[in-house]
Every structure is written in structure tokens, then in C-alpha cells.
Design a protein around this ligand. Structure first.
Ligand SMILES: Cc1cc2nc3c(=O)[nH]c(=O)nc-3n(C[C@H](O)[C@H](O)[C@H](O)COP(=O)(O)OP(=O)(O)OC[C@H]3O[C@@H](n4cnc5c(N)ncnc54)[C@H](O)[C@@H]3O)c2cc1C
Ligand code: SF4
Length: 456
């Protein structure tokens, strides 16, 4: 897929990748050999009928391709941009054994974008069932898990209301992933489609505080919790409270949700240093590093304690970050932040790490400090992106909901929590990616329908 030149794109928040033309999409679709037993489908957590949508695409029946995609996935233009297809459907594509697998994600994006461009609405694709008409459900959280659950329940005829604590809907899609990877207009369009299905969206409601989960349950009788993992982890090393040490979440929320990327149209306060260090190796770290560059940092260094092979970020995002000028400092761990007399960070003391090859998981094996390898890196801003913990608001204010030792909601095989009628899915139960959250929410919605019909 065509991309903008790294030097040009690293200066703005416009999309990095440009999408397929019709001809490119047709060429790629024609590579699919329409396997009788399509392994690619096994790799898709929401079970998209991949060869069928690709066939329609090859036949230039775009509306037909949209119908097949939307039958299993309400967010194709989003998933086509951010899902790690390389470790899921594409990883199982038979063509990948000898050659490049079919670029399923890029084709999905093409079809999703075509649906948006042609203003296809839910009434063109969804036939609502009547079985659950008159039944109600509430969804707490509007990330990919909440949206997927809401869509599936609405299809079954349930009257669904989504409650979101923030002023905009979409969860991490909105506040975490930057415009240059996932433009806000794409999220808006996919949301419009869900609204056309009759789903009600209510913003600025912090479930647990504004209204208790108990009250929501009394009103709706059926609840899905998809409140995600929005609690940033920190390193817990001395000096982490110096000024200009951000959590990646705060940095990205200011940029994406509060429009700091759109200066001077929005005058959102954000500081970006000249020498920035980003700690971490996941998608969040890449997004923070690339955003800092775009906001004018002169040097951005990604500091990760393992090697590049172990980085959890998508390969393509790491490659894009490197092309744009982000420096990678691997096998390095900060052990202390040093500040100036005014309380602002000025340097990081780090230690070199080495990979331990012994544990039972050699891919993500633990790393241990080598002796005598301390060194100092001068910095004037640090972004900590070392992971997220489950959002504690709902569990802490709803003690009947059981959590595990890490704060994730405990669920059964139907994704029902310890409270009958309250289900959960996505990062709040331990997911890690958009499509995983959607897959869980799909299963939860099936459990919820079984609950409504008295089977559970
Ligand atoms: C910066 C970043 C980049 C990422 N990049 C990728 C990527 O490229 N590909 C990928 O597959 N995954 C990526 N991920 C991970 C992915 O975004 C998450 O796994 C996914 O969004 C989880 O979905 P969710 O619906 O469970 O939770 P979330 O997306 O976190 O949504 C939860 C929603 O619930 C709301 N909420 C929380 N508490 C309450 C409450 N009490 N009342 C009402 N609403 C509440 C929150 O405001 C939020 O809108 C990224 C994550 C981050 C942080
Ligand atoms: S495995 Fe690959 S070639 Fe086979 S149907 Fe799926 S996408 Fe097409």
C-alpha cells in the first residue's frame, strides 16, 4: 500500500498510508485462491468470511463485500487500519507459506472505506431480528468491545444504550491511536453506522459514580462492561515525579482527544521537549514517539528493556517510527530520573540489560541487568509507555463484581461476571488488541442473548 514519504509525513498528523486504489484492490483480491477450507478465517477472532468478501471484491461487487464484512464486524475501516492481521488471519493464509499472504487487512480497509464513501447505512446491510424486541441492555464503555457488543445486541432486536465517561466515543480508538494511523472521521463514520442501527449513545456518564452499576442493572436488566485498561503503569523508580515526565496516556489524550495536534485551531496545553525519551516497546510507545516528533521534538529515542524481536508493537508501526527518525535504544532500562533545581527532568540514569534465554517463554523472556553498565542520557522530557492496568472505577465501586489479583473482572465461559446479568469483555477482562476485544464482546453478546432467552 502506498505511503507518504517519511520526511513529509513526520511533520503532520495526516494519514501515513494512503489506501488501495480500485485497481490495486482488484489485483490483491485476485491473489486469493478461495481455499475450500480457509485457514485465514480460523485466525479471525470475529470469524469474518474472508474468502467470500474477497471474492465479491474481485467481482467489483463492493456493496456485496460490505454486507459480508459487516455481518461479522461493525468496524472494518478501523480494523483494516489497526488490527495486527500479520499475527492473525494473514499469519494463517496458505499463500504465506511460500510467498506473501493475501493482504487481508488492506482489503478490509478498502471495503470499509468504500462503505463510508458511498454512505452505506445500517439499513442497507443489517436485517434486525425480532426475537428480542422490547428487551433492553446497557453497555458501559464505548471502545471496540462496547461497540461490538452493542452492535450484536442491536442486530438481535435489543434496545441498547451505550454509556461513556468521556465526551467522545470510541475508547482507545479515539483517545489513544493518533490521527495519522486512524483518522477521527473514520471513527465518526463507523459510529454513525451504529447509531443508524438504533443504538443510543450517552456521553459524560462515569458508571459507578454518575450512576451506580446497580442502578443501571435495575433499569436495563442486562449489562455489558467494556471499560478497558486505562490505568497507566509506571516504572516505580526514583525521580518519576519530576515535571515533564508524562504517562503515554496523558500525552496521547491531550493530542488526540483534546486536539493538541490541531494547533492553532485548538490551543491545548502540551509541552514537547527537544530531547525526548519514550520508555516501552508497544504500540502505545510507538504512537507517543511518533506524535512527539510531529509536535516538534528534535530527537526522540525509544528506550526498551528487551531487544527489537521482543517488542510487542506491530512490526509495521515500528518500521514507520524508525523511518520517520525515532531512534531505538534496545536492552536498556531507566533506573532513575534526575531533575534540575526547579523540579524538571534533565536526565535518565539507565542500565544495560541482557536477555535471559532460560525461562519457558523465550520470545518474551525476562531480561536482567548486566553488572556495571550504568550510564546517563540527557533528556528534557520523558513519556512512560510500559503498559496499562484494568480501569479500576467500576470494579472498585461495585464490590459484588469479582476481580482477579491484577484487577481484571472475573468472567465465566459465557463472559458473565460474578453478578448474574452483568457481562464483560475486552481489556477489562485481560484483552490486548482491538480485534481481541471485539472477539470477546461478540462471545459476550451471544452469552447475553442466551441469558435473555433463559438458556443461561
Ligand atoms: C496508544 C494505544 C495504541 C494502540 N494501538 C493498537 C493497535 O494498533 N492495534 C490494536 O489491535 N490494538 C491497539 N491498542 C490496544 C487496543 O486499543 C485495546 O486493546 C482496545 O481498545 C481495548 O478495547 P476495550 O473496548 O476493551 O477498551 P477501551 O478501548 O479502553 O475502551 C474503554 C472505554 O470505556 C470507557 N470507560 C471506562 N470506565 C468507564 C466508566 N466507569 N463509565 C463509562 N465509561 C467508562 C473509557 O473512557 C473508554 O472509552 C492500542 C492501545 C493504546 C493505548
Ligand atoms: S487462506 Fe489466503 S488464499 Fe486461502 S482463502 Fe484465506 S486469504 Fe484466500
Amino acid at each position: 500500500m502506498a505511503e507518504r514519504a517519511p520526511r513529509e509525513r513526520a511533520k503532520d498528523f495526516n494519514p501515513v498510508t494512503l489506501g488501495y486504489t480500485k485497481e490495486e484492490a482488484a489485483r490483491e483480491a485476485a491473489r486469493c485462491i478461495q481455499c475450500k477450507k480457509p485457514l485465514c478465517v480460523d485466525g479471525c477472532p470475529v470469524g469474518i468470511r474472508i474468502p467470500e468478501f474477497i471474492k465479491k471484491l474481485a467481482e467489483e461487487d463492493y456493496a456485496g463485500a460490505v454486507r459480508i464484512l459487516k455481518d461479522k464486524n461493525d468496524l472494518p475501516a478501523i480494523c483494516g487500519r489497526v488490527c495486527p492481521q500479520e499475527t492473525q488471519c494473514e499469519a494463517l493464509c496458505v499463500l504465506g507459506k511460500k510467498n506473501q499472504p493475501v493482504a487481508i487487512g488492506d482489503l478490509e480497509r478498502f471495503v470499509g472505506d468504500w462503505a463510508i464513501g458511498s454512505a452505506m447505512s445500517a439499513s442497507d446491510t443489517v436485517s434486525k431480528q425480532k426475537m428480542f424486541e422490547g428487551r433492553k441492555a446497557a453497555v458501559i464503555g464505548s471502545g471496540p468491545a462496547g461497540l461490538t457488543c452493542a452492535g450484536n445486541l442491536a442486530r438481535a432486536g435489543v434496545d441498547v444504550t451505550v454509556f461513556e465517561s468521556l465526551h467522545l466515543f470510541g475508547g482507545v480508538l479515539r483517545y489513544g491511536i493518533p490521527e495519522f494511523r486512524l483518522p477521527g472521521r473514520i471513527i465518526e463514520s463507523e459510529l454513525r453506522y451504529l447509531k443508524n442501527m438504533g443504538i443510543h449513545f450517552v456521553s459524560n456518564v462515569l458508571a459507578g459514580r454518575t450512576i451506580s452499576v446497580d442502578e443501571i442493572m435495575k433499569e436495563y436488566g442486562l449489562v455489558f462492561i467494556g471499560t478497558g485498561a486505562g490505568l497507566p503503569k509506571f516504572l516505580g523508580v526514583p525521580g518519576e515525579n519530576f515535571n515533564f515526565i508524562y504517562s503515554a496516556n496523558e500525552f496521547l489524550v491531550r493530542i488526540n482527544m483534546m486536539h493538541a495536534f490541531d494547533f492553532p485551531n485548538y490551543d491545548t496545553p502540551i509541552y514537547v521537549g527537544k530531547k525526548v525519551a519514550v520508555i516501552g516497546g508497544g504500540n502505545t510507545a510507538m504512537d507517543a514517539a511518533r506524535s512527539a516528533l510531529r509536535l516538534g521534538a528534535q530527537e526522540v529515542t525509544l528506550v526498551y528493556r528487551r531487544s527489537e524481536n521482543e517488542m510487542p508493537a506491530r512490526r509495521v508501526e515500528a518500521a514507520h517510527a524508525r523511518e520517520e527518525g525515532v531512534k531505538f535504544m534496545m536492552l536498556t532500562q531507566p533506573v532513575e530520573f534526575l531533575g534540575n533545581e526547579k523540579g524538571f527532568v534533565r536526565a535518565m540514569e539507565c542500565v544495560r540489560m541482557e536477555l535471559c534465554r532460560e525461562g519457558d517463554d523465550s520470545l518474551r523472556c525476562a531480561s536482567s541487568p548486566s553488572s556495571d553498565s550504568h550510564f546517563i542520557i540527557p533528556v528534557d522530557m520523558v513519556i512512560v509507555a510500559v503498559g496499562l492496568l484494568p480501569n479500576p472505577v467500576v470494579p472498585s465501586l461495585t464490590p459484588e463484581l469479582k476481580t482477579d489479583a491484577h484487577g481484571y473482572l472475573v468472567i465465566d465461559s459465557d463472559f458473565m461476571t460474578s453478578v448474574p446479568g452483568i457481562f464483560a469483555g475486552g481489556d477489562i477482562v485481560g484483552g490486548d488488541t482491538v480485534i481481541e476485544a471485539m472477539g470477546m464482546a461478540k462471545k459476550a453478546s451471544e452469552g447475553m442473548l442466551r441469558y435473555l432467552s433463559g438458556e443461561k
